[in-house]
Ligand binder design. Sequence first.
Ligand SMILES: O=P(O)(O)OC[C@H]1O[C@H](OP(=O)(O)OP(=O)(O)O)[C@H](O)[C@@H]1O
Ligand SMILES: O=c1cc[nH]c(=O)[nH]1
Ligand SMILES: [Mg+2]
Length: 217
Amino acid sequence: MTIHHIAENNSVLNTFLSEIRDQTIQKDSLRFRRNIERIGEILSYELSKTLSYKNENITTPLGTKEVQLSTNDLVLCSILRAGLPLHQGLLNYFDKAENAFISAYRHHPNNDQDFEIVVEYFASPEIENKTLLLADPMLATGQSLVAVYEAIKKHGVPKEIHILAVIGAKEGVDFVADHFPENTHLWIATIDDSLNEKGYIIPGLGDAGDLAFGQKL
Ligand SMILES: O=P(O)(O)OC[C@H]1O[C@H](OP(=O)(O)OP(=O)(O)O)[C@H](O)[C@@H]1O
Ligand SMILES: O=c1cc[nH]c(=O)[nH]1
Ligand SMILES: [Mg+2]
């Protein structure tokens, strides 16, 4: 897996990241969602540089111009719930992409800290031989992404996979690298050092789904 760690170079991305982490600013859920969306736009722009392009001629009112346009058949697939604002960011740039949604949640069978990932809902177009963009803002243990990949591959084999994430933990990034195909790309804004005993990223930002949409039961 190739890791593209976008915040390694300073940019306006730092502002959006600091706002989603800040325990006061992040309480404004509209701003939180919009910042995740803006980060999705930045990740999309960076990723777009690695797509395939072909020459096409377009006609202006005053002449013709040869331009390079992307040829990839993109499918944007986001993991519910927290993936939704990130999805909107991707869709803002890849407006002709097809879209898929998949659910994943942590189930605690013994009411303790041990959990398993339950994948229940998957709505998708054909993904065989297409370019799959898998979006989830938080890459903590990596178990959700791996469970989702196991579920998706029963429906077809994409030509290539790009994972887009906002904050990851080193351990989870390694876990994902071990379970996804070698030619997978990870576009991640920033990577934190550790996880706590509940599998939350430290320092991270807390619970992205709750911050975007409110607490769930
Ligand atoms: O890498 P992992 O350890 O699997 O954790 C990351 C997952 O946790 C969050 O979802 P959550 O289960 O909180 O669901 P939500 O989006 O509905 O809040 C996040 O959006 C990821 O899907
Ligand atoms: O740190 C984490 C881990 C899982 N899900 C989140 O929203 N945050
Ligand atoms: Mg959550």
